[in-house]
Design a protein around this ligand. Structure first.
Ligand code: PXP
Length: 237
């Protein structure tokens, strides 16, 4: 059974809509952990559109399970991560104009840069995960770089309208996860997962962590965060 990583960015999105003090992602993280989350994920974006440096600093002190920092490989953010030392960093591609992380990291193309990055994080005892599309060449390059985890981007599966496409995407996720395991990579997954579509990804081989944000926070607006997290935990158990 994978652990649930709850992404609390959208709590901060709501706060930043008014540039005020509420709702607080730190309080949300506390509630999520009490409700069964095994990891708290935040993305410190270069444009600081939701999570702020202050959030990260406090979360580092207060998270009791695992703090996973999603981040671009930019110099400024790397420096922050190295000094803060979360348990894990997940390297993602980042574009200012995107609504959310739209695709996986191109590890093949950015190989040299990422190789250096993994070395720095490992020297600081920080686990490194690469957020990649389920493609063999990206898995191979992630293994060559020495990443600890790959997080497979499940967006194609989640957004597929036709059953056949969904099934094909699930097969691709299974096959690339098998390859990742062979290459001694650990396997996470996330993006676009909801209370409705999460069941089918549970059979991905070796799956350790599921990182879910939008759907959990959306449901929380209606039924409360504690219940929303508890429901998701029960669906993946
Ligand atoms: N994993 C990664 C690497 C992400 O960038 C995101 C989005 O911030 C998620 C998981 C969660 O995606 P969603 O909000 O669609 O559940």
């Amino acid at each position: 059974m994978p652990i649930l990583g709850v992404n609390v960015d959208h709590i901060a999105t709501l706060r930043e809509a008014r540039k005020t003090f509420e709702p607080d992602p730190v309080e949300a993280a506390f509630i999520a952990e009490k409700a069964g989350a095994g990891c708290i994920t935040v993305h410190l974006r270069e444009d600081r559109r939701h999570i702020q440096d202050r959030d990260l600093r406090i979360l580092k002190e207060t998270v009791q399970t695992k703090l996973n920092l999603e981040m671009a490989s930019s110099e400024e953010i790397v420096e922050i991560a190295l000094s803060l030392r979360p348990h894990q960093v997940t390297i993602v591609p980042e574009k200012r104009e995107e609504l959310t992380t739209e695709g996986g990291l191109n590890v093949v193309k950015n190989y040299t840069n990422l190789l250096g990055l993994v070395k720095k994080f490992k020297e600081s005892n920080i686990l490194v995960s690469f957020f990649i599309d389920p493609q063999n060449e990206q898995v191979q390059a992630s293994a060559d770089c020495g990443a600890n985890f790959v997080e497979f981007h499940t967006g194609e599966y989640a957004n597929a309208k036709e059953e056949l496409l969904k099934r094909q995407e699930l097969i691709r996720l299974h096959e690339t996860a098998e390859l990742a395991i062979q290459k001694k990579l650990r396997v996470n997954a996330g993006h676009g997962l909801t209370h409705y579509n999460v069941k089918s990804v549970l059979s991905i081989p070796g799956l350790e962590e599921l990182h879910i944000g939008h759907s959990i926070i959306s449901r929380a607006v209606i039924v409360g965060l504690e219940r929303s997290v508890r429901e998701m935990v029960s669906f993946i158990s």
